[in-house]
Design a protein around this ligand. Structure first.
Ligand code: PEP
Ligand code: MN
Length: 262
């Protein structure tokens, strides 16, 4: 069960050898979308050198417009795995529906995106799969609903779940979403699962990513997911919120003054 009163010990999620757990701090970085072999390998090498411990990159993308770039699909997964072989970084990428799951055998962590947080068939299927799941909070979902979605996964036998606060829809339009910082300490009181923050999708604006990342550290997050691109202006998705490689390096330098990374 997700509930801390039933299960008081902190869950350690083993993300391809990287422990994601209360008391440690991991940074997942990488582009919104995998775009080419050169792109993902350049980003992977650079974020690793800056201190990231996991690589992200979308291959199946949930885009608002059906005419937008949808990701490279299976080829994108292969390129992500090439970047993993090159750098040793474990990889996380989004699954959009259960028919894609057989393609994810070599992926370290499966991401269930905000738009699928209450896709109960998908939750049940990843719950039967023996692989960690990064579950993102839905755009308009309460914390109780997020915890119930984690419960769906865990009730299938998979207790390796990471929760991710990525901003929620509010009346405010000057940011893409509103980062709900209270979610972090509240979730950590209610559950033993690790909680990370994605300031990139919360903000939608590159200049807000570092301040929100610092805020996430201050409220006790167990890690961050930061969209990072070698050339944000040319990115095929989410360029406006992506840090470039130098900005990511600077952010990591700043965070290292605040947290013990081991
Ligand atoms: C993503 O991580 O690229 C993504 C689509 O995030 P979310 O599901 O939080 O919008
Ligand atoms: Mn994105």
């Amino acid at each position: 069960a997700v509930n801390r009163t039933v299960h008081p010990e902190d869950t350690v999620v083993n993300a391809g050898g990287v422990p994601i757990v209360n008391g440690m701090f991991q940074v997942i970085a990488g582009p919104c979308s995998v775009e080419s072999e050169e792109q993902i390998i350049e980003v992977a090498r650079s974020v690793k050198a800056s201190g990231a411990t996991m690589l992200r990159g979308g291959a199946f993308k949930p885009r608002t417009s059906p005419y937008a770039f949808m990701g490279l699909g299976e080829e994108g997964l292969q390129l992500l795995l090439a970047a993993k072989r090159e750098t040793g970084l474990p990889v996380v990428t989004e699954v959009m529906n259960q028919t894609q799951l057989p393609l994810f055998d070599d992926i370290d962590v499966i991401q269930v995106g905000a738009r699928n947080m209450q896709n109960f068939d998908l939750l049940r299927e990843v719950g039967r799969y023996n692989k960690p799941v990064l579950l993102k909070r839905g755009l308009a979902n309460t914390l109780e609903e997020l915890l119930m979605s984690a419960e769906y996964i865990m009730s299938g036998g998979n207790s390796q779940v990471i929760l991710c606060e990525r901003g929620i829809r509010t009346f405010e339009t000057s940011t893409r979403n509103t980062l709900d910082l209270s979610a972090v300490p509240l979730l950590k009181q209610k559950t033993h699962l690790p909680v990370i923050v994605d300031p990139s999708h919360a903000a939608g604006i590159q200049t807000l990513v570092a301040p929100l990342a610092r805020a996430a550290v201050a409220v006790g997050a167990d890690g961050l997911m930061i969209e990072t691109h070698n050339d944000p202006a040319q990115a095929l998705s989410d360029g406006a919120q992506s840090l470039n490689l130098v900005q990511f390096k600077e952010l990591m330098k700043d965070l290292k003054r605040r947290i013990d990374f081991e």
